[in-house]
Ligand binder design. Structure first.
Ligand code: NI
Length: 206
């Protein structure tokens, strides 16, 4: 009689590595907040978006008025973010690519919450990796704070004890906003929204 071959149990090391990886991913995701937004018309706090004055990745001063007549697909994050930010920007770019030339009037915008490290020069090396038309925005600490405030984005430096002061993470709200040609809020997405769903939603407003 043939003995059924038993599957080799995973080694203790493999299990340990697995646990560490899962814990690491959970810790990273935990630094990205997607608190449910109350955007119902009845909500007094429904207003999202408004004036901002920032500097783009080419060093040019831009305000929200420069985007009037165009749709803005906005995400706040920072270039040193190891995981969720690049994933979100990739999904935004994929959604626009799925829409093709229909999305020519939609500007993908990345606003940094880490202006200290994300200078225009640094953003210039970053945004093009995601989409040729992606606009990177930074500014003084006050300008960035003001922009985050009108979009109700929370962010805070997360320094670990004894960590290098130049090497830090930033906790931040992780929501993609779609703003209309009038600058008004249209829709929002979490970083778990896939590109197809995002593209479909954007198409409703084109
Ligand atoms: Ni991030």
């Amino acid at each position: 009689m043939k003995r059924p071959r038993r599957k080799k149990p995973p080694s203790r090391i493999a299990v340990l590595i697995g646990i560490l990886v899962i814990a690491g991913v959970a810790a990273m995701a935990w630094r990205h907040y997607t608190a449910p937004l109350d955007v119902s018309p009845a909500s007094k706090a429904a207003r999202i978006g408004g004036p901002f004055s920032l500097v783009d990745h080419k060093g040019k001063n831009l305000t929200e008025a420069d985007f009037r007549g165009r749709q803005m697909l906005i995400y706040f994050g920072y270039t040193f973010c190891p995981d969720v930010c690049p994933t979100s920007l990739t999904i935004m770019a994929d959604a626009l690519n799925l829409l093709g030339s229909d999305a020519d009037d939609v500007d993908p915008i990345f606003i940094t919450v880490d202006p200290e490290r994300d200078t225009p020069e640094h953003l210039n090396m970053y945004v093009g990796h995601f989409h040729p038309r992606m606009v990177g925005l930074t500014g003084t600490a006050e300008q960035v704070k003001a922009a985050a405030k009108v979009y109700r984005v929370y962010f805070a430096k997360a320094r670990e004890d004894g960590a290098d002061t130049e090497d830090y993470l930033v906790d931040h709200t992780s929501i993609v906003y779609l703003m209309g040609p009038d600058g008004e809020f249209r829709a929002h997405f979490t970083h778990e929204t896939d590109a197809e769903t995002m593209a479909k939603k954007i198409r409703e407003f084109l």
